[in-house]
Design a protein around this ligand. Structure first.
Ligand SMILES: [Fe+2]
Length: 456
């Protein structure tokens, strides 16, 4: 038996992959599940096969966890690997850099758009899965998607359109795509950027697409070593790009900013003065290097993976606001909080529109940020347990921005237990805790799929 302490961080404790798939019914619920929570909470994350180490947290094979809630009950739990080509016995070699767009672990997010559930990872095509987590296969929007697809597409809550992009290791390094509310990919536009970078997220507003072209660059010298072939390179510069959503537009107005990295956007919108407000979780150089090395990344040219620079503080990323003044061409930068933060979420009926609240995961808890009053408060996860991304679900009869529930998968430090936490988003009080019969490792992103859907 291997010594647990010799394993990389991303393979032990709350990150420890689970070795099996399970199905369980009639889960124990503490507290009271709101009857209007009728649907499925699905969450994706890396879960390497037993004994496997691909060298980086981001590269483990995707596993979906699902919990069906309805009529005040937790009807079932199940976990399933996404049956990618690799998992099905067609191993890919990552050094060819996704010329084969099915060469993806499909491990980062899971969404539903136009009735289709997709497991997403930015290095390749989505994988189509059923609401019961069975894999159908790679999904290319009827042959129209010819690039990889981000794990963070944005659905416009008014039009129902899905906006997305794909990155590549060779030109076009960035391509924008628009999918209609009915699921038809109509519009693909190459976007001119200086080179290939790790672009994980972007933003939409009512009239614009907002790009983040940041200095974590693809480095061919790191290719073929396993892990992730990216490193911080400040010579690349850092800029935000504003592009019209008008079909056919490819003109991007770029705004220079201080070097930083952003995995995740909270939200973006146009304010009353026509400025673009973009709220993100921002890493400075030291924060990025620490976070990156913790999860298996290389810290720089010649820098060994997994070894943070001496003297650096813990990984640090904070909620941060950029305001782009389109009249003056200037960008104002300001921190919104001083806590360590990740996995920002919001009420998605306001995606691209002014919002007051964001939710983040910080340390051992879930934080609700009131961006109007500049206040925040925390739900602290009791014991040695960690909260995952808190997904906001609007209450059925709610009209206020924070009238609804936050769903978060809780993992414990020894990888022995898991639960689905349901918080009242208004005051972060515990509404219910669903005991899961098997541990769930800390992972990435998930979605609430309302409605009963097909039979379990
Ligand atoms: Fe992400």
């Amino acid at each position: 038996m291997s010594d647990e302490t010799t394993l990389p961080l991303y393979l032990r404790g709350r990150f420890a992959p689970v070795p099996e798939e399970h199905s369980a019914a009639d889960l124990t619920v503490r507290g009271s599940l709101p009857p209007d929570l009728d649907g499925r909470y699905l969450r994706n994350g890396p879960n390497p096969l037993p004994g496997e180490d691909k060298g980086h947290w981001f590269t483990g094979s995707g596993m979906l966890h699902g919990i069906r809630l309805g009529r005040g009950r937790a009807e079932w739990y199940r976990n399933r690997w996404v049956r990618t080509r690799e998992l099905e016995g067609h191993p890919f070699v990552r050094r060819d850099f996704s010329i084969d767009l099915t060469a993806t672990p499909a491990n980062t997010h899971v969404i539903r758009h136009a009735g289709t559930v997709l497991a997403l990872c930015e290095v390749g095509l989505p994988y189509w899965v059923t609401p019961s987590l069975e894999t159908v296969g790679p999904y290319d929007f009827a042959g129209r998607l010819k690039t990889a697809m981000t794990a963070h597409p944005k659905e416009d809550p008014v039009t129902g359109e899905l906006h997305l992009f794909g990155t590549g290791f060779a030109p076009p390094c960035l391509t924008y795509h628009r999918v209609t509310a009915e699921g038809l990919l109509l519009d693909s536009r190459p976007i001119d950027v200086p080179g290939p970078t790790m672009m994980h997220d972007f933003a939409i507003t009512e009239h614009h697409i907002v790009w983040m072209d940041l200095p974590v660059v693809f480095d061919p010298a790191l290719a073929g070593r396993g892990g992730m072939p990216y490193r911080w390179d400040e010579t690349y510069g850092a800029r935000l790009g504003l592009m019209s959503r008008t079909p056919g537009s490819t003109d991007v107005r770029w705004y220079e900013i201080d070097p930083c990295y952003v995995f995740h956007v909270g939200n973006a919108y146009e304010d009353a003065q026509g400025r673009i407000v973009l709220d993100v979780v921002r890493y400075d150089n030291a924060g990025f290097r620490n976070a990156w090395s913790d999860i298996g990344g290389t810290t720089g040219p010649g820098g060994p993976a997994g070894v943070p620079e001496p003297g650096h503080p813990q990984a640090h990323a904070v909620l941060h606001r950029w305001t782009l003044d389109t009249a003056t061409g200037r960008v104002t930068e300001s921190p919104l909080d001083d806590r360590d933060a990740e996995f920002p979420t919001h009420n998605e009926t306001l995606t691209g529109r002014p919002n007051r609240y964001l939710y983040t995961v910080s340390g051992d808890g879930i934080v609700k940020h009131d961006l109007t009053r500049h206040t925040s408060h925390v739900y602290e996860t009791p014991g040695a347990r960690h909260a995952g991304e808190a997904v906001f679900v609007p209450a059925a009869d709610g009209t206020g921005e924070d009238e609804g529930w936050l769903l978060s998968l809780i993992s414990d430090d020894d990888g022995e237990a898991g639960e689905l936490l349901v918080l009242d988003a208004a005051d972060l009080s515990v509404q219910a805790e669903v005991e899961l019969p098997y541990p769930v490792p800390s992972g990435f992103h998930g979605s609430w799929l309302p409605g009963p859907g097909p039979a379990a």
